[in-house]
Design a protein around this ligand. Structure first.
Ligand SMILES: [Zn+2]
Length: 313
């Protein structure tokens, strides 16, 4: 395993051994890397025309288990700024940065935001991946599902871009503030939609524990058989327990996620005799032109589908 990992690092390092660094003239755009598609859209909203953006984990991709390629390493090597979520959402990133020889500015969007602890950490097997831990608790990295926390997230990105490109600092601040206001309005809409539902109706089953922040923000109970990372297999015991709970509590809202295999949810739907409410976007956008090709569209679509399914009785 260690040998394989070393080989992978060597391959990445060789791929970027002689990067053709372009001259960074005053008129040149800031070259920015975002680690995954949701963050990529947020960075694009804040950066606008001033930046040239490359996103590593593509639309519909799963950042928990992503494997960077030599071309990713080359893109990172020549970038001015690298924006990541943090909280160990991108467990592969430090290795990629080391292999690429990246010397630009790193922005960690989650910095300064109080994370929630993962509720079901004790249930799941994290042997391959090490989520951010502090004193036995595991921090939940899926911050983007809470639009109030996103205010700080956007501010951190705007400040980071401004620091990397001081000549356009004001433009980043203005765009960041406008986008933050758009998301505040979206949050108010979501709160009023969910506000129509009773406490008993606010129960949802999803594939992996990606919606803890949305749950906390709008008092919804989310249950997931797979835990926080998509890498771990759900145990038969956890699935059986969940099916009994769905029947007991009459849960009506059962969802696929765009980044995960639908098999497990299909099995649960069959055994618990509940209809699947469609697909939620948890950790990635849809491809461009699709139904959730921006973060704001993705968020609105998730809320619309959730409310529709929770209303059923
Ligand atoms: Zn996730």
């Amino acid at each position: 395993m260690i040998v394989l990992r070393l080989l992978a690092i060597c391959a990445l390092a060789l791929a970027v051994a002689s990067p053709a660094h372009a001259q960074s003239g005053a008129q040149q755009k800031l070259r920015v890397i975002a680690s995954f598609s949701i963050l990529g859209d947020i960075v694009a909203q804040v950066g606008g025309e001033r930046i040239e953006l490359v996103t590593l984990v593509p639309a519909m991709g799963d950042a928990h288990v992503f494997q960077p390629t030599p071309s990713d390493a080359r893109a990172v090597a020549t970038a001015d700024v690298l924006v990541a979520n943090g909280l160990n959402f991108e467990p592969w990133l430090d290795r990629l940065v080391a292999a690429s020889g990246f010397r630009g500015r790193r922005i960690v969007a989650a910095e300064g935001i109080a994370p929630l602890a993962l509720r079901s950490a004790h249930d799941h097997d994290h042997k391959h991946d090490k989520p951010a831990k502090s004193g036995g608790r595991i921090d939940d990295p899926h911050l983007w599902h809470d639009l109030t926390r996103m205010q700080t997230y956007i501010d951190t990105i705007a400040k980071g871009l401004a620091a990397a490109d001081p000549a356009h600092a004001e433009a980043y601040r203005t765009r960041g503030a406008a986008y933050a206001a758009e998301l505040r309005a979206l949050d108010a809409w979501a709160a009023s939609e969910i506000g129509q539902l009773s406490k008993e109706q606010r129960k949802v089953i999803t594939q992996h524990d990606a919606f803890g922040y949305l749950a906390a923000r709008y008092q919804i109970v989310f249950m997931a058989p797979q835990g926080v990372t998509t890498e771990a297999e759900a145990s038969a015991e956890a699935v059986g327990r969940l099916i009994r709970q769905i029947k007991r509590e009459k849960v009506q809202a059962l969802f696929f996620e765009n980044i995960a295999n639908p098999r497990l949810i299909e099995q649960i739907a069959r055994e618990a005799k509940v209809k699947v409410g469609g697909r939620l976007y948890s950790d990635a956008l849809s491809p461009p032109g699709g139904e959730a090709d921006s973060f704001a569209k993705m968020y609105r679509l998730n809320i619309t589908r959730l409310v529709e399914a929770m209303k059923r009785d």
